[in-house]
Ligand binder design. Structure first.
Ligand code: SF4
Ligand SMILES: [Zn+2]
Length: 415
Protein backbone atom coordinates (compact mmCIF):
# COMPACT_ATOMS: atom_id res chain seq x y z
CA UNK A 1 0.00 0.00 0.00
CA UNK A 2 1.23 3.47 -0.87
CA UNK A 3 2.57 5.60 1.98
CA UNK A 4 4.65 8.73 2.57
CA UNK A 5 7.36 9.73 4.99
CA UNK A 6 6.30 13.30 5.62
CA UNK A 7 8.87 15.96 6.42
CA UNK A 8 7.44 19.37 7.23
CA UNK A 9 9.40 22.27 5.74
CA UNK A 10 8.03 25.66 6.86
CA UNK A 11 8.36 28.33 4.23
CA UNK A 12 11.31 30.26 5.57
CA UNK A 13 11.26 33.91 4.59
CA UNK A 14 8.30 33.57 2.26
CA UNK A 15 7.86 36.94 0.55
CA UNK A 16 4.17 36.34 -0.10
CA UNK A 17 1.18 37.16 2.03
CA UNK A 18 -1.61 34.83 0.99
CA UNK A 19 -4.81 35.91 2.71
CA UNK A 20 -5.43 32.50 4.31
CA UNK A 21 -1.85 31.79 5.46
CA UNK A 22 -0.65 32.31 8.99
CA UNK A 23 2.98 31.56 8.27
CA UNK A 24 4.09 34.84 9.80
CA UNK A 25 2.39 33.79 13.00
CA UNK A 26 4.17 30.45 13.06
CA UNK A 27 7.61 31.57 11.83
CA UNK A 28 10.09 31.06 14.60
CA UNK A 29 7.89 28.50 16.30
CA UNK A 30 8.53 25.77 13.75
CA UNK A 31 11.81 23.92 13.79
CA UNK A 32 13.48 23.73 10.39
CA UNK A 33 14.46 20.18 9.43
CA UNK A 34 18.07 19.63 8.34
CA UNK A 35 19.91 16.82 6.61
CA UNK A 36 20.25 14.82 9.84
CA UNK A 37 16.49 14.97 10.40
CA UNK A 38 15.81 13.73 6.87
CA UNK A 39 18.27 10.85 7.30
CA UNK A 40 16.82 9.94 10.67
CA UNK A 41 13.25 9.91 9.32
CA UNK A 42 14.30 7.75 6.36
CA UNK A 43 16.29 5.29 8.49
CA UNK A 44 13.38 4.95 10.87
CA UNK A 45 10.93 4.31 8.03
CA UNK A 46 13.27 1.72 6.50
CA UNK A 47 12.95 -0.34 9.62
CA UNK A 48 9.22 0.22 10.12
CA UNK A 49 7.47 0.30 6.73
CA UNK A 50 6.69 -3.08 5.16
CA UNK A 51 6.56 -2.09 1.51
CA UNK A 52 9.16 0.64 1.11
CA UNK A 53 9.20 0.29 -2.68
CA UNK A 54 5.78 2.00 -2.67
CA UNK A 55 6.79 4.69 -0.19
CA UNK A 56 7.77 8.24 -1.05
CA UNK A 57 9.72 10.84 0.93
CA UNK A 58 7.39 13.87 1.02
CA UNK A 59 8.55 17.41 1.71
CA UNK A 60 5.36 19.26 2.46
CA UNK A 61 4.23 22.37 4.24
CA UNK A 62 5.65 25.21 2.23
CA UNK A 63 6.79 26.10 -1.24
CA UNK A 64 9.71 23.75 -1.55
CA UNK A 65 11.26 25.27 -4.66
CA UNK A 66 10.98 28.79 -3.22
CA UNK A 67 13.06 28.17 -0.09
CA UNK A 68 16.74 29.24 -0.20
CA UNK A 69 18.49 27.14 -2.85
CA UNK A 70 21.28 25.85 -0.56
CA UNK A 71 18.76 24.68 1.96
CA UNK A 72 16.63 22.97 -0.70
CA UNK A 73 19.71 21.14 -2.04
CA UNK A 74 20.75 20.09 1.46
CA UNK A 75 17.37 18.40 1.99
CA UNK A 76 17.33 16.82 -1.47
CA UNK A 77 20.88 15.49 -1.13
CA UNK A 78 19.95 13.80 2.14
CA UNK A 79 16.79 12.27 0.67
CA UNK A 80 18.34 11.17 -2.63
CA UNK A 81 20.56 8.60 -0.89
CA UNK A 82 17.42 6.70 0.08
CA UNK A 83 15.76 6.66 -3.34
CA UNK A 84 15.89 3.80 -5.86
CA UNK A 85 17.91 0.61 -5.70
CA UNK A 86 15.23 -1.24 -3.75
CA UNK A 87 14.72 1.65 -1.35
CA UNK A 88 12.04 4.36 -1.49
CA UNK A 89 10.04 4.92 -4.65
CA UNK A 90 10.79 8.63 -4.96
CA UNK A 91 10.44 12.12 -3.53
CA UNK A 92 7.27 14.25 -3.47
CA UNK A 93 7.34 17.99 -3.07
CA UNK A 94 4.73 20.73 -3.01
CA UNK A 95 5.30 24.24 -4.25
CA UNK A 96 3.82 27.36 -5.81
CA UNK A 97 3.16 27.40 -9.56
CA UNK A 98 5.30 30.51 -10.08
CA UNK A 99 8.37 28.74 -8.69
CA UNK A 100 8.48 26.14 -11.45
CA UNK A 101 10.71 26.50 -14.50
CA UNK A 102 13.00 24.33 -16.60
CA UNK A 103 16.05 25.00 -14.43
CA UNK A 104 14.22 24.00 -11.24
CA UNK A 105 12.73 20.91 -12.86
CA UNK A 106 16.18 19.81 -14.10
CA UNK A 107 17.45 20.00 -10.51
CA UNK A 108 14.44 18.14 -9.09
CA UNK A 109 14.79 15.40 -11.70
CA UNK A 110 18.47 14.91 -10.96
CA UNK A 111 17.73 14.47 -7.25
CA UNK A 112 15.11 11.77 -7.72
CA UNK A 113 11.95 13.84 -7.27
CA UNK A 114 9.03 11.96 -8.82
CA UNK A 115 5.91 13.94 -7.91
CA UNK A 116 5.22 17.66 -7.77
CA UNK A 117 2.13 19.16 -6.23
CA UNK A 118 1.15 22.73 -7.05
CA UNK A 119 -0.87 24.95 -4.80
CA UNK A 120 -3.30 26.15 -7.44
CA UNK A 121 -6.00 27.05 -4.87
CA UNK A 122 -8.25 28.68 -7.48
CA UNK A 123 -8.31 28.97 -11.27
CA UNK A 124 -10.07 32.32 -11.16
CA UNK A 125 -7.67 35.26 -11.45
CA UNK A 126 -10.14 37.42 -9.58
CA UNK A 127 -10.07 35.04 -6.59
CA UNK A 128 -6.29 34.58 -6.74
CA UNK A 129 -5.86 38.33 -6.66
CA UNK A 130 -8.40 38.90 -3.89
CA UNK A 131 -6.58 36.33 -1.76
CA UNK A 132 -3.20 37.84 -2.63
CA UNK A 133 -1.69 34.66 -3.97
CA UNK A 134 0.73 36.56 -6.19
CA UNK A 135 0.32 34.23 -9.18
CA UNK A 136 -2.22 33.78 -11.94
CA UNK A 137 -4.28 30.87 -13.26
CA UNK A 138 -2.04 30.93 -16.33
CA UNK A 139 0.96 30.23 -14.05
CA UNK A 140 -0.82 27.06 -12.93
CA UNK A 141 -1.53 26.00 -16.52
CA UNK A 142 2.05 26.63 -17.64
CA UNK A 143 3.67 24.98 -14.62
CA UNK A 144 1.37 21.94 -15.03
CA UNK A 145 2.32 21.63 -18.69
CA UNK A 146 6.03 21.82 -17.92
CA UNK A 147 5.82 19.31 -15.04
CA UNK A 148 4.03 16.90 -17.36
CA UNK A 149 6.58 17.40 -20.15
CA UNK A 150 9.33 16.45 -17.70
CA UNK A 151 7.48 13.28 -16.82
CA UNK A 152 6.77 14.06 -13.15
CA UNK A 153 3.57 12.97 -11.47
CA UNK A 154 1.42 16.11 -11.23
CA UNK A 155 -0.73 17.04 -8.25
CA UNK A 156 -2.96 20.10 -7.84
CA UNK A 157 -4.29 21.51 -4.60
CA UNK A 158 -7.51 23.52 -4.62
CA UNK A 159 -9.28 25.49 -1.93
CA UNK A 160 -13.05 25.73 -1.74
CA UNK A 161 -14.87 28.79 -0.40
CA UNK A 162 -12.11 31.43 -0.66
CA UNK A 163 -12.76 35.15 -0.35
CA UNK A 164 -14.67 36.43 -3.43
CA UNK A 165 -15.22 32.92 -4.73
CA UNK A 166 -18.82 32.27 -5.71
CA UNK A 167 -20.31 29.40 -7.65
CA UNK A 168 -19.06 30.73 -10.98
CA UNK A 169 -15.45 30.91 -9.73
CA UNK A 170 -15.74 27.49 -8.10
CA UNK A 171 -17.01 26.07 -11.41
CA UNK A 172 -14.08 27.67 -13.23
CA UNK A 173 -11.61 26.03 -10.83
CA UNK A 174 -13.32 22.65 -11.00
CA UNK A 175 -13.59 22.67 -14.81
CA UNK A 176 -10.01 23.78 -15.36
CA UNK A 177 -8.55 21.21 -12.99
CA UNK A 178 -10.64 18.57 -14.71
CA UNK A 179 -9.24 19.75 -18.07
CA UNK A 180 -5.62 19.66 -16.82
CA UNK A 181 -6.26 16.13 -15.51
CA UNK A 182 -3.57 15.97 -12.84
CA UNK A 183 -2.67 12.59 -11.37
CA UNK A 184 -3.72 13.69 -7.89
CA UNK A 185 -5.80 16.42 -6.28
CA UNK A 186 -6.14 17.75 -2.74
CA UNK A 187 -9.39 19.49 -1.90
CA UNK A 188 -9.16 21.93 1.00
CA UNK A 189 -12.26 23.75 2.22
CA UNK A 190 -11.04 27.10 3.57
CA UNK A 191 -10.20 27.24 7.26
CA UNK A 192 -9.85 30.81 8.54
CA UNK A 193 -7.00 31.16 11.02
CA UNK A 194 -6.50 34.08 13.36
CA UNK A 195 -3.92 36.70 12.45
CA UNK A 196 -4.59 36.20 8.74
CA UNK A 197 -6.04 38.69 6.32
CA UNK A 198 -9.08 36.46 5.88
CA UNK A 199 -9.72 36.69 9.63
CA UNK A 200 -9.72 40.49 9.38
CA UNK A 201 -11.99 40.45 6.34
CA UNK A 202 -14.31 38.09 8.17
CA UNK A 203 -14.38 40.28 11.28
CA UNK A 204 -15.14 43.40 9.25
CA UNK A 205 -17.95 41.64 7.41
CA UNK A 206 -16.24 42.11 4.05
CA UNK A 207 -15.76 38.35 3.60
CA UNK A 208 -19.05 36.53 3.78
CA UNK A 209 -18.15 32.87 3.43
CA UNK A 210 -20.51 30.44 1.73
CA UNK A 211 -22.59 28.14 3.89
CA UNK A 212 -21.10 24.85 5.09
CA UNK A 213 -23.70 23.01 2.94
CA UNK A 214 -22.56 24.84 -0.20
CA UNK A 215 -18.91 24.04 0.44
CA UNK A 216 -19.80 20.44 1.23
CA UNK A 217 -21.78 20.14 -1.98
CA UNK A 218 -18.98 21.70 -4.11
CA UNK A 219 -16.38 19.44 -2.49
CA UNK A 220 -18.61 16.41 -2.97
CA UNK A 221 -19.00 17.15 -6.66
CA UNK A 222 -15.23 17.54 -7.03
CA UNK A 223 -14.47 14.34 -5.12
CA UNK A 224 -16.96 12.33 -7.19
CA UNK A 225 -16.05 13.72 -10.59
CA UNK A 226 -12.27 13.58 -10.11
CA UNK A 227 -12.48 10.00 -8.85
CA UNK A 228 -14.68 8.98 -11.79
CA UNK A 229 -12.13 10.58 -14.15
CA UNK A 230 -9.32 8.50 -12.65
CA UNK A 231 -7.77 11.43 -10.73
CA UNK A 232 -6.75 10.28 -7.22
CA UNK A 233 -8.12 12.57 -4.52
CA UNK A 234 -5.45 12.19 -1.87
CA UNK A 235 -7.00 14.66 0.52
CA UNK A 236 -10.44 16.11 1.08
CA UNK A 237 -10.61 18.34 4.16
CA UNK A 238 -7.95 19.02 6.77
CA UNK A 239 -7.01 16.55 9.48
CA UNK A 240 -7.55 17.71 13.03
CA UNK A 241 -3.79 17.70 13.56
CA UNK A 242 -3.23 20.05 10.65
CA UNK A 243 -4.99 22.99 12.18
CA UNK A 244 -4.28 24.53 15.46
CA UNK A 245 -7.86 24.28 16.70
CA UNK A 246 -7.59 27.29 18.94
CA UNK A 247 -6.33 29.34 15.98
CA UNK A 248 -9.40 28.76 13.89
CA UNK A 249 -11.86 31.65 13.73
CA UNK A 250 -14.10 30.47 10.91
CA UNK A 251 -14.34 28.54 7.68
CA UNK A 252 -15.24 24.99 6.92
CA UNK A 253 -13.78 22.40 9.19
CA UNK A 254 -15.24 19.04 10.10
CA UNK A 255 -13.12 16.26 11.64
CA UNK A 256 -14.47 13.77 9.09
CA UNK A 257 -15.03 16.01 6.09
CA UNK A 258 -14.13 13.39 3.50
CA UNK A 259 -16.56 10.88 5.02
CA UNK A 260 -19.31 13.51 4.84
CA UNK A 261 -18.62 14.02 1.13
CA UNK A 262 -18.49 10.26 0.53
CA UNK A 263 -21.82 9.79 2.32
CA UNK A 264 -23.30 12.52 0.11
CA UNK A 265 -21.97 10.87 -3.03
CA UNK A 266 -23.60 7.59 -2.06
CA UNK A 267 -26.88 9.28 -1.12
CA UNK A 268 -27.08 11.05 -4.47
CA UNK A 269 -26.21 7.86 -6.31
CA UNK A 270 -28.76 5.74 -4.44
CA UNK A 271 -31.48 8.35 -4.97
CA UNK A 272 -30.80 8.50 -8.68
CA UNK A 273 -30.85 4.69 -8.92
CA UNK A 274 -34.26 4.67 -7.25
CA UNK A 275 -35.60 7.46 -9.51
CA UNK A 276 -34.43 5.55 -12.56
CA UNK A 277 -36.09 2.35 -11.36
CA UNK A 278 -39.37 4.16 -10.67
CA UNK A 279 -39.33 5.78 -14.14
CA UNK A 280 -38.68 2.42 -15.77
CA UNK A 281 -41.50 0.79 -13.77
CA UNK A 282 -39.12 -1.39 -11.76
CA UNK A 283 -39.93 -0.09 -8.27
CA UNK A 284 -39.23 -2.86 -5.80
CA UNK A 285 -42.06 -4.76 -4.13
CA UNK A 286 -42.75 -4.13 -0.44
CA UNK A 287 -40.59 -0.95 -0.39
CA UNK A 288 -37.47 -2.93 0.33
CA UNK A 289 -34.37 -1.54 -1.40
CA UNK A 290 -31.16 -3.51 -1.75
CA UNK A 291 -28.16 -1.55 -3.03
CA UNK A 292 -24.86 -3.15 -3.96
CA UNK A 293 -21.67 -1.12 -3.39
CA UNK A 294 -17.94 -1.74 -3.74
CA UNK A 295 -16.35 -4.06 -1.19
CA UNK A 296 -15.40 -2.20 1.97
CA UNK A 297 -17.75 0.74 1.27
CA UNK A 298 -20.89 -0.21 3.21
CA UNK A 299 -20.24 2.27 6.03
CA UNK A 300 -19.60 5.09 3.54
CA UNK A 301 -22.94 4.31 1.84
CA UNK A 302 -24.77 4.12 5.15
CA UNK A 303 -23.53 7.65 5.88
CA UNK A 304 -22.54 9.36 9.12
CA UNK A 305 -24.93 8.42 11.91
CA UNK A 306 -26.90 6.32 9.37
CA UNK A 307 -28.00 9.55 7.68
CA UNK A 308 -28.60 7.93 4.29
CA UNK A 309 -30.60 5.02 5.65
CA UNK A 310 -32.68 7.36 7.80
CA UNK A 311 -33.45 9.51 4.74
CA UNK A 312 -34.90 6.50 2.92
CA UNK A 313 -36.71 5.30 6.04
CA UNK A 314 -38.48 8.66 6.29
CA UNK A 315 -39.85 7.97 2.80
CA UNK A 316 -41.10 4.58 3.96
CA UNK A 317 -38.28 2.45 2.46
CA UNK A 318 -36.29 -0.20 4.20
CA UNK A 319 -32.73 -0.25 2.89
CA UNK A 320 -30.14 -2.97 2.88
CA UNK A 321 -26.62 -2.39 1.54
CA UNK A 322 -24.49 -5.29 0.38
CA UNK A 323 -20.99 -5.58 -1.10
CA UNK A 324 -20.32 -6.78 -4.63
CA UNK A 325 -17.05 -7.29 -6.46
CA UNK A 326 -17.70 -5.53 -9.74
CA UNK A 327 -18.94 -2.15 -8.49
CA UNK A 328 -16.78 0.99 -8.68
CA UNK A 329 -15.97 3.39 -5.85
CA UNK A 330 -18.91 5.75 -5.09
CA UNK A 331 -21.20 3.71 -7.33
CA UNK A 332 -24.33 2.00 -6.08
CA UNK A 333 -26.55 -0.42 -7.93
CA UNK A 334 -30.18 -0.92 -6.97
CA UNK A 335 -30.82 -4.63 -7.25
CA UNK A 336 -34.07 -5.88 -8.74
CA UNK A 337 -36.20 -8.10 -6.46
CA UNK A 338 -35.04 -11.12 -8.43
CA UNK A 339 -31.37 -10.19 -7.89
CA UNK A 340 -31.83 -9.25 -4.23
CA UNK A 341 -33.86 -12.37 -3.36
CA UNK A 342 -31.07 -14.61 -4.66
CA UNK A 343 -29.01 -13.91 -1.54
CA UNK A 344 -31.73 -15.69 0.47
CA UNK A 345 -31.13 -18.96 -1.36
CA UNK A 346 -27.76 -19.52 0.33
CA UNK A 347 -27.03 -20.30 3.97
CA UNK A 348 -30.76 -20.09 4.54
CA UNK A 349 -31.45 -22.73 7.20
CA UNK A 350 -32.55 -20.17 9.82
CA UNK A 351 -34.68 -18.20 7.39
CA UNK A 352 -36.47 -21.38 6.27
CA UNK A 353 -37.15 -22.38 9.87
CA UNK A 354 -38.98 -19.03 10.27
CA UNK A 355 -40.90 -19.45 6.98
CA UNK A 356 -44.38 -20.90 6.55
CA UNK A 357 -43.92 -21.63 2.89
CA UNK A 358 -40.99 -21.85 0.50
CA UNK A 359 -40.42 -22.17 -3.23
CA UNK A 360 -37.79 -23.42 -5.65
CA UNK A 361 -36.91 -21.07 -8.49
CA UNK A 362 -35.37 -23.86 -10.51
CA UNK A 363 -38.37 -26.18 -10.79
CA UNK A 364 -41.02 -23.67 -9.64
CA UNK A 365 -42.58 -25.86 -6.92
CA UNK A 366 -44.05 -24.27 -3.77
CA UNK A 367 -43.89 -26.48 -0.66
CA UNK A 368 -43.62 -26.53 3.15
CA UNK A 369 -40.14 -26.01 4.67
CA UNK A 370 -40.65 -29.26 6.63
CA UNK A 371 -40.33 -31.18 3.34
CA UNK A 372 -36.65 -30.16 3.01
CA UNK A 373 -34.34 -32.97 4.02
CA UNK A 374 -31.04 -32.15 2.31
CA UNK A 375 -28.64 -29.33 3.07
CA UNK A 376 -25.26 -28.31 1.65
CA UNK A 377 -22.66 -25.90 3.09
CA UNK A 378 -21.88 -27.62 6.28
CA UNK A 379 -22.62 -25.75 9.47
CA UNK A 380 -24.49 -22.82 7.93
CA UNK A 381 -26.85 -24.89 5.77
CA UNK A 382 -28.12 -24.15 2.25
CA UNK A 383 -31.37 -25.96 1.47
CA UNK A 384 -31.72 -28.29 -1.51
CA UNK A 385 -35.12 -28.59 -3.23
CA UNK A 386 -36.75 -31.96 -2.39
CA UNK A 387 -38.28 -32.07 -5.91
CA UNK A 388 -35.39 -31.21 -8.23
CA UNK A 389 -32.31 -31.36 -6.01
CA UNK A 390 -31.14 -27.81 -6.89
CA UNK A 391 -30.05 -25.34 -4.18
CA UNK A 392 -32.53 -22.63 -5.31
CA UNK A 393 -34.94 -22.47 -2.39
CA UNK A 394 -36.19 -19.30 -0.70
CA UNK A 395 -38.73 -18.97 2.13
CA UNK A 396 -41.38 -16.31 2.76
CA UNK A 397 -39.44 -15.10 5.83
CA UNK A 398 -37.06 -13.51 3.27
CA UNK A 399 -39.72 -10.86 2.69
CA UNK A 400 -40.05 -11.80 -0.98
CA UNK A 401 -43.24 -13.34 -2.38
CA UNK A 402 -43.16 -17.12 -2.53
CA UNK A 403 -45.48 -17.40 -5.53
CA UNK A 404 -45.35 -19.30 -8.83
CA UNK A 405 -45.09 -15.99 -10.64
CA UNK A 406 -42.09 -14.75 -8.60
CA UNK A 407 -40.34 -18.15 -8.83
CA UNK A 408 -40.79 -17.91 -12.61
CA UNK A 409 -39.26 -14.43 -12.70
CA UNK A 410 -36.32 -15.64 -10.59
CA UNK A 411 -35.83 -18.59 -12.91
CA UNK A 412 -35.73 -16.24 -15.92
CA UNK A 413 -33.13 -14.08 -14.18
CA UNK A 414 -30.85 -16.82 -12.92
CA UNK A 415 -31.10 -19.80 -15.30
S1 SF4 B 1 0.62 30.02 1.54
FE1 SF4 B 1 1.37 31.90 0.60
S2 SF4 B 1 2.12 33.18 2.26
FE2 SF4 B 1 1.90 31.10 3.07
S3 SF4 B 1 3.90 30.17 2.86
FE3 SF4 B 1 2.75 29.64 1.03
S4 SF4 B 1 3.21 31.22 -0.45
FE4 SF4 B 1 3.88 31.99 1.56
ZN1 LIG C 1 -36.83 -27.52 -7.38
Amino acid sequence: MHSNISIFVPHVGCPHKCAFCDQNAITGKQKLPHKDDVEKACMQALSQVDDISDTEIAFFGGSFTAIPRDYMLELLTAAKKFVGGGRFKGIRISTRPDYINAEILDILKSYGVTAIELGAQSMSDEVLEANERGHSAEDVRQASRLIREYGFELGLQMMVGLYKSGHQQEDETFNEIMAIRPDTVRIYPVVILKNTRLAKLLASGEYKPMSFEEVLSLSTRALGAFTAAGIRVIKCGLHASEIVEQDMVGGFYHPAFRELCEGELYRLRMESELDKAVKEGRSPENKKLVFAVKKGCISKAVGQKRANLRGFEELGFKVKIIEKEDIGLYEAKLLSDEEAAHDYAVRNIKQLKRSKSCGCFYCGRIFAPAEISDMINEGCGTAVCPYCGVDSVIGDASGYPVTKDFMHKMHERWF
